[in-house]
Design a protein around this ligand. Structure first.
Ligand SMILES: Cc1cc2nc3c(=O)[nH]c(=O)nc-3n(C[C@H](O)[C@H](O)[C@H](O)COP(=O)(O)O)c2cc1C
Length: 249
């Protein structure tokens, strides 16, 4: 079952090297409007997107995110924020009950899910135009500083960045878990976990070898072990979100 949309989705790979070619406002607005048409919990539309056009600000964000040079060099860099501010304003959160509801972890989840759905719709719209994209979670490394730089008010928090531009590279497509690994029937089948991981590990080793011309070799399990054995990172998120009036109970 193939069509143009699915074809585009199956060709996805993150792009980190971009051509200088400018993205027009018309392209950008179409990308954002397509994102906005994603489903949204109870029509909350709990997100905002900050288009970073100021070069100096872009550079500061690139540094805070790692540094990650593609944040500096991509023709477009957007910061996607979970945003319950509009809901707060519309419901006059001076009223205690409104504030209390806004502070629920459930509403924070609603806003993060809404933001991710809209962002992925935008990503797909961009890819359908022949553009490449990269999600940048690195902006959460120093979330407080990023929030201050972007002057985010209460109830608005940065979740991830997104680079957009014409690809100047064509990386290998990164393999995914088998359908069997991720699709369960009626209830969760824990028995298949080990076998499906082992099967995927083999494919990841092949992919990494191919990508690096034989210079590198590691499995998915190895990269997960490496990731989780690092010193704990981004440990201040809970306190930060709470300071923004979110996730308090
Ligand atoms: C929310 C999110 C944050 C990410 N953050 C970064 C990042 O900061 N830097 C980066 O190089 N890639 C980042 N990525 C890209 C992932 O590493 C990439 O999507 C994943 O390895 C799968 O590869 P693919 O997109 O090429 O298929 C991020 C992806 C997501 C969904």
């Amino acid at each position: 079952m193939m069509n143009e949309v699915i074809e585009t989705m199956m060709q996805h790979r993150s792009i980190r090297n971009y051509k200088d070619t400018i993205i027009t406002d018309e392209q950008l607005y179409t990308i954002i409007e397509a994102g906005q048409m994603a489903s949204t919990s109870s029509n909350l539309q709990a997100y905002s997107i900050i288009n970073i056009v100021d070069r100096r600000l872009r550079h500061e964000l690139a540094e805070l995110a790692g540094p990650q040079w593609h944040v500096d060099t991509a023709p477009v860099f957007l910061v996607w924020c979970a945003d319950l501010r509009r809901v707060a304003v519309a419901t006059e959160t001076t009223i205690d009950k409104h504030i209390e509801n806004l502070e629920l972890t459930e509403n924070f989840l609603v806003a993060t899910v809404d933001t991710a759905l809209a962002a992925q719709n935008s990503a797909l719209a961009a890819e359908s135009m022949g553009l490449g994209i990269l999600f940048v979670g690195g902006i959460r490394n120093q979330i407080e500083q990023v929030s201050q730089l972007l002057k985010l008010p209460q109830h608005v928090v940065p979740l991830f960045g997104m680079c957009i531009g014409y690809p100047d590279e064509q990386p290998f497509i990164r393999p995914r878990f088998s359908l069997e690994a991720v699709l369960h029937q009626n209830s969760y089948n824990e028995e298949k976990i080990e076998a499906t991981i082992a099967e995927y590990d083999e494919r990841v080793v092949d992919y990494v070898m191919e990508r690096s011309n034989g210079a590198d070799s590691f499995s998915w399990s190895e990269s997960m072990r490496r990731r989780l054995s690092q010193a704990r990172q981004r440990t201040t998120q809970q306190a930060f979100f709470q300071s923004k009036g979110l996730m308090k109970k």
